[in-house]
Ligand binder design. Structure first.
Ligand SMILES: Cc1ncc(COP(=O)(O)O)c(C=O)c1O
Length: 449
């Protein structure tokens, strides 16, 4: 390996050597394939991944920026959007685009409502009303696009408080938000009630189905209770759904679908007076990787409804086994009612068991559940690589709980101490916490050596 990675090597290195470096450097990554991670990677099977890679590399160089140059990509994108809209019960007028991921889909929705609100409602200081459990991508979009996020609390079951939402809507509100489901607890917001509110007040309603968009339809078809949440609900005007999560596409693939093309029009950007000629851009990205678009199309085509149903059944079963096992451990409790069973958080009811310390002990045993606050909890996302780890994980979890019960000092060490501080931090000190994390982030991107 080269001594320093601070400059491009003066002479290009041998390909084999570089490929070997990639493998060696990857050995420090979390072992998601062995089911050790509970976020970030959604994997159907090695066979399916091989198909995705073939589709991706076939369109590795093609660029979805100009739909007139690559008819293939235009067609794949239009069909991915149409298949998604049909799955979400959109009508014949439903229209959308693909994006690089959930955050970009959400950013596009927020931009659309900002510009729609300006054009149709005369709103000058746009506000977005959203529950505390909404994904940070909404806050980021508001930050980038200069909207005011208006946060409403959750009810005891961790769902959006619709009455509070109603009270938060003003004459500057352009849209309200609900999640299907939200990431922190995996619970479904009361979409029908929020839809009624949005329709009555004449504002947009974005349902964030980034996580559940490609799983909930099959969970419902399997006969599990799922309250209506898609375009069948009056008042829902747009839905984001990520193909690269439970759609099992390659990373870089999400969809944003609107009830009709008139609304989508506010998402597009065109420039007709640039010296370089007419420039059209449907989403935030300029260049759009053809591979991600083609692989998403290939995923939907090869998986089929039968494939998604079969996977959904396995995932719900795995999640249920995990949830039942966790609730059987004295002192632990799963928060709310996780609608897909595969995404949920669990907390400690026992004062002697600090849940963050349990997370630290699990990490030392090679497991990587994420930590979250209000209430303090550990977060899990289950997918097929977890098939063989349910029992070993539950055994290690039960042991970790006992270890923490016997060692109260663990709550004051490691990440547990940091999360404990975050969890109790008063609002006025939030800026200090942000600064601290920014400093850590600066450091993380420094090269080795
Ligand atoms: C509910 C929800 N919305 C949005 C996102 C953002 O998606 P991405 O990470 O693809 O930008 C996520 C990611 O986990 C999510 O769970």
């Amino acid at each position: 390996m080269s001594e320093s990675s601070r400059s491009i090597p003066a002479r290009g290195r041998a390909r084999e050597e570089v490929l070997a470096d990639l493998e060696r450097i990857a050995t420090s990554d979390v072992d998601w394939h062995a089911g050790r991670a509970f976020s970030l990677v959604y994997h159907a099977s090695d066979e399916h991944s091989a198909l995705l890679k073939a589709a991706y590399t076939r369109f590795f160089s093609e660029n979805g920026l100009n739909p007139l140059a690559f008819e293939s990509l235009r067609r794949f994108e239009a069909e991915v959007v149409a298949m998604t809209a049909t799955m979400l019960h959109g009508g014949p007028e439903a229209a959308g685009t693909m994006t690089s991921g959930g955050s970009e889909s959400i950013m596009m929705a927020v931009k659309t409502y900002r510009d729609w609100g300006r054009a149709k409602l005369g709103v000058e200081r746009p506000e977005l009303v959203l529950p505390a459990s909404a994904h940070p991508a909404f806050f980021k979009a508001c930050h980038y696009l200069m909207l005011e996020p208006v946060v409403v609390p959750l009810t005891d079951d961790f769902r959006a408080d619709v009455a509070a939402m109603g009270a938060a809507v003003t004459d500057q509100t352009v849209a309200v938000v609900g999640s299907a489901p939200c990431y922190p607890y995996g619970v479904l917001d009361p979409i029908e009630e929020i839809g009624a509110l949005a329709a009555e007040r004449g504002v947009g309603f974005h349902v964030d189905g980034c996580l559940g968009g490609f799983l909930l339809p099959w969970v419902e078809r399997l006969g599990h209770p799922v309250a209506p949440w898609d375009f069948r609900v009056d008042g829902v005007t747009s839905i984001s759904a990520d193909v690269h999560k439970y759609g099992f596409a390659a990373k870089g693939a999400s969809t944003i679908t609107y009830r009709d093309a008139d609304l989508r029009r506010h998402q597009f950007y065109v420039s007709t007076d640039w010296v370089g000629g007419i420039y059209i851009s449907p989403t935030a990205a300029g260049t759009r990787p053809g591979g991600a678009i083609a692989a998403a199309w290939a995923a939907l085509q090869t998986m089929g409804e039968d494939g998604y149903l079969e996977l959904a059944e396995r995932i719900v079963d795995l999640g249920s086994r995990m949830i039942d096992g966790i609730e059987a451990i004295p002192g632990l409790r799963v928060l709310g009612e996780p609608v897909m069973r595969s995404v949920f958080a669990f907390a400690s009811d026992d004062e002697q068991v600090n849940i963050f310390a349990v997370g630290d002990v699990l990490r030392r045993k090679g497991w990587h559940p994420d930590k979250q606050i209000r209430p303090d909890a550990l977060h899990m996302m289950i997918t097929t690589p977890h098939v063989d780890v349910v029992e070993p994980f539950l055994a290690d979890l039960a042991e970790a709980v006992e270890t923490v019960r016997g060692h109260p000092e663990l709550a004051t060490q490691g990440e547990a101490a940091m999360y404990g501080m975050l969890s109790e931090m008063p609002d006025e000190q939030q800026g200090d916490a942000d600064d601290f994390v920014l400093q850590v982030l600066d450091g993380l991107y420094r090269p080795e050596g």
